[in-house]
Design a protein around this ligand. Structure first.
Ligand SMILES: Nc1ncnc2c1ncn2[C@@H]1O[C@H](COP(=O)(O)OP(=O)(O)OP(=O)(O)O)[C@@H](O)[C@H]1O
Ligand SMILES: O=P(O)(O)OC[C@H]1O[C@H](OP(=O)(O)OP(=O)(O)O)[C@H](O)[C@@H]1O
Ligand SMILES: O=C(O)c1cccnc1
Length: 487
């Protein structure tokens, strides 16, 4: 399996300076809890698709400072040698609970909950946000495209346009787990077992004196699986007729032209014309693949125009999450251990949506027994349970008058143990299983939450007790501020 090394410095400098200041203060081993979550759904979507856990766990399992890292840090600040010795011994020994990859997730619910020493939890913040923010963003974009594709084959073509190499391979993985069928990136295929597919480029055609010669030579190399790119010169006057000529030659030899690819022009018109021409030539099995700056909006548009496309190659706009470049995930301190007891901690903001929810919490998904559809998510304090025999009142945490009563429901805990004292305690499911799980999850949500435009807001609520804890803490802090100001 792919093992990252040398990732200890993949963090912001301030994490290490805080670690040092804690060490000087004698507080570096104090235990804290942090939640990782996001506040706003990307792309105006109604949900996000959680991804990045596998990458995060691999990082945490292998996290250590090399001698080179220590030397480098020593050049940055005058850290005392004893602190550097502590870093030499450093291993992540925290506890993590997390949502399964492929789960549909929503704003303000913890996706990861981490408990450990402040030293280790501070160090890992940056990398975790980096991995999970990006992969969740791309998985969500891929899910939007999947929604529109309605069962057509989806191929991820983005590596050449991705923000560097890690984004390409982990983005390919995120796209696959959210419903894509294949990637063009061989390294992603090798690392994660994603099916790898591809066609050929314009350079192949340009390298021959004639287009038909180019097609014939490619078909000789791959008589059963050639997909010929037909837009180098003129799609309908040259590309498609030449592809048909080679398709007929293949047929005479007992082979089949697998497909043609359209990569420019009016893809709706060209695909309909190409389909007609292929069918008239008896090449009804030859598939039409389209690429060219595609995303969910163009796909939707092309489908509404009756485009005859069987498979879509999607690059730039998927891998770069073109219309929203960051998820904006956050990592917030939610509890501090004192004398063996967890004390909830809060971060206040003038924007009520940004006030953190204190305490060690878990998230339950409330599933209606009769419809098997999700009614909402409920965040409750860890250790508290939900009585499935009693009606449950869900209310909006800010607009509290928005209430509903749920009966006959199942409550499914979304936060699973992932690491205990730094050891992985879950078997990472194969990627195909994550993908199946994700696709099955979608059927647990009403259409209204899944639609692309102006989806309904899915409820993410706090239990009554947690809501009270939050209010009490807020009032306590404001009281203290007033007292300090003598007002
Ligand atoms: N029928 C259509 N309806 C809506 N959008 C379309 C249609 N056909 C193609 N598109 C989209 O329009 C955009 C066209 O891009 P662009 O203007 O760069 O032209 P192009 O035909 O791809 O040419 P080239 O690649 O040679 O620059 C692409 O995003 C493509 O997916
Ligand atoms: O449009 P995207 O969604 O980003 O998909 C990937 C693009 O990359 C290739 O083009 P490129 O011009 O790089 O090479 P080519 O010669 O194969 O067309 C391919 O033909 C697609 O158009
Ligand atoms: O295989 C292809 O057709 C392909 C791969 C990457 C980018 N564009 C096209």
């Amino acid at each position: 399996m792919y093992k990252p090394t040398g990732w200890a410095l993949h963090t912001d400098k301030y994490q290490v300076t805080m670690m040092y200041a804690h060490w000087k203060n004698g507080s570096h081993l104090h235990r804290k809890a942090f939640d990782l979550y996001f506040r706003k759904l990307p792309f105006g979507n109604g949900y996000a698709v959680f991804a990045g856990l596998e990458r995060a766990v691999q990082y945490l399992e292998n996290l250590q400072f090399t001698e080179e890292d220590i030397r480098y840090l020593a050049e940055q600040e005058s850290f005392e040698p004893e602190f550097l010795d502590l870093l030499r011994e450093f291993r992540f020994r925290g506890d993590i609970h997390g949502v399964r990859e492929g789960t549909l997730v929503f704003p303000n619910e913890p996706l990861l909950r981490l408990e450990g020493t402040i030293m280790e939890l501070q160090l890992v913040e940056t990398a975790l946000l980096n991995f999970i923010g990006y992969q969740t963003l791309v998985a969500t974009k891929a899910a939007r495209i999947y929604t529109i594709a309605e069962g057509d084959t989806l191929m991820e073509f983005g590596t050449r346009r991705a923000q560097e190499s890690d984004a390409a391979v982990w983005g390919a993985r995120a796209a696959y787990l959210a419903g894509f069928d294949a990637t063009s990136n061989l390294r992603a295929g090798q690392m994660f077992g994603i099916p790898v597919q591809g066609t050929h480029s314009h350079a192949w055609v340009q390298d021959f004196d004639t287009e038909v010669e180019a097609f014939r030579a490619y078909a000789r190399a791959f008589p059963d699986s050639s997909v010929l790119l037909v837009d180098t010169y003129d799609t309908l006057k040259s590309g498609v007729p030449h592809a048909i000529q080679v398709g007929r030659e293949l047929k005479e030899k007992g082979y089949r032209l697998a497909g043609i690819r359209l990569d420019s022009g009016d893809l709706a018109y060209l695909s309909k014309e190409a389909r007609r021409m292929l069918d008239e030539a008896g090449l009804t099995q030859t598939r039409i693949i389209a690429s060219s700056d595609l995303d969910e909006t163009t796909l939707l548009n092309l489908k509404s125009q009756g485009a005859k496309v069987d498979a879509w190659g999607v690059g730039t706009r998927l891998i770069t999450a073109y219309d929203q470049p960051s998820l904006g995930a956050v990592y917030k301190l939610v509890a501090r251990e004192q004398n063996g007891e967890w004390l909830p901690s809060i971060k206040i903001s003038s924007n009520p949506e940004k006030v953190t929810t204190p305490g060690i919490k878990t998230v339950y998904r409330i599933i209606d027994q009769r419809t098997n559809k999700a009614r909402g998510d409920l965040i409750i304090e860890e250790g508290h349970s939900i009585d499935e025999e009693q009606p449950l009142t869900l209310f909006h945490p800010i607009h509290t008058y928005r209430k509903k009563k749920v009966r006959e429901f199942r409550a499914i805990n979304l936060l699973h143990p992932i690491m205990r004292r730094g050891e992985r305690v879950f078997d990472p499911p194969p990627l195909d299983e994550i993908r199946r799980y994700h696709l099955a999850q979608r059927s647990m949500f009403w259409e209204e939450y899944l639609r692309l435009m102006n989806p309904e807001e899915y409820p993410v609520d706090l239990s009554g007790e947690l809501w009270n804890t939050k209010q009490e803490l807020l009032q306590k802090i404001y009281r203290t501020i007033r007292e300090e100001n003598g007002s």
